[in-house]
Ligand binder design. Structure first.
Ligand code: NAD
Length: 263
């Protein structure tokens, strides 16, 4: 349930005040960050053509081995959605934050690349990227430009690795797989060092990414959530702004700049 108007304004001011005093702000973003750019969260995405599948049918290695064309087709569909999407004003606000705080780091669970496309300079992609590819068995890299474009939504046979013949898979982290080690080390270090963590658009259900806000809190950071719905973080976050990323983040930056808040 949304807070009354006045409360949101105070919460946005409180957020801006916390950010103003911070040397390092970490933004932990999830699928909800991209929803207003037209990219569905998993819950929204499993509709229409894909309604009868669980994420486990589409985002695991066993699923890919069972039916490579189905899984590759699902990722081709998502890649097409992402290419057609534009970063919304919430993304631009996070870029602007970089000019107002000594250090800003975005740690995202998203695989859509929108933070980078918007212009954020330091982005850690915990779950990889839809624009990267490698082969299933040996992880030989494969150029995105050589991946076939689907003619229609549905199944799409993956190409084969030119070095070993193994099928090419998307460069995302599937359920049950390890996150990239270097990315994790950097993200966990920053979570423990930041003064503010902005948690935007994540349900906090997918581990280990879900641990980041607790690491920040335990190390003494202020944890601020931006999400229109309750999440795992809502119960204990220092500030909870019930609103969407595109609506709230530009207002936080406006408050940082001392501009009057608009309704
Ligand atoms: P999730 O789908 O579990 O949760 C989405 C959260 O976003 C929910 O708490 C919801 O209330 C919130 N939300 C919805 N609309 C919002 C808005 N406009 N502004 C702010 N918040 C909003 O997402 P998750 O926690 O990221 O975990 C799902 C997994 O699926 C992750 O691993 C993620 O990488 C992957 N995924 C990524 C994308 C993408 O790259 N865009 C899309 C779907 C799923």
């Amino acid at each position: 349930m949304p807070f009354p108007h006045g409360d949101v304004e105070n919460l946005i001011r409180e957020t801006a005040d916390a950010i103003r005093g911070a040397a390092l702000v970490v933004v932990a973003s999830g699928a909800g960050m991209s929803r207003e750019s037209g990219i569905p969260t998993f819950r929204d995405a499993l509709s229409g053509l894909w309604a009868s599948y669980d994420p486990e049918d589409l985002a695991t290695e066993p699923a890919f081995r069972r039916n490579p064309a189905r899984v590759f087709g699902w990722y081709a569909w998502r890649r097409r959605l992402v290419r057609a999407a534009l970063p919304h004003p919430g993304y631009a606000a996070l870029v602007e934050l970089e000019g107002r705080v000594p250090e800003v780091l975005v740690v995202t669970q998203n695989v859509d690349g929108l933070h980078r496309r918007a212009g954020s300079r330091r982005v850690l992609e915990l779950h990889g990227s839809l624009e990267q590819f490698f082969c299933l068995d040996a992880r030989h890299p494969f150029p995105a430009a050589a991946v076939p474009e689907p003619v229609a939504d549905g199944e799409l046979a993956p190409p084969a690795c030119d070095r070993c013949g193994s099928p090419i898979r998307p460069g995302v982290v599937w359920f049950g797989e390890m996150l990239p080690e270097r990315v994790v080390a950097e993200a966990w270090e920053a979570a423990a060092r930041c003064q503010v963590m902005l948690v935007v658009g994540t349900s906090g259900l997918v581990h280990p990414a879900a641990e980041l806000p607790r690491i920040a809190r335990d190390a003494g950071a202020r944890v601020i959530e931006v999400n229109p719905e309750p999440s795992e973080v809502s119960a204990w976050a220092d500030v909870v702004v019930r609103g969407t990323a595109a609506a709230v983040l530009p207002r936080v930056v406006a408050a940082l700049k001392g501009e009057a808040l608009k309704g």
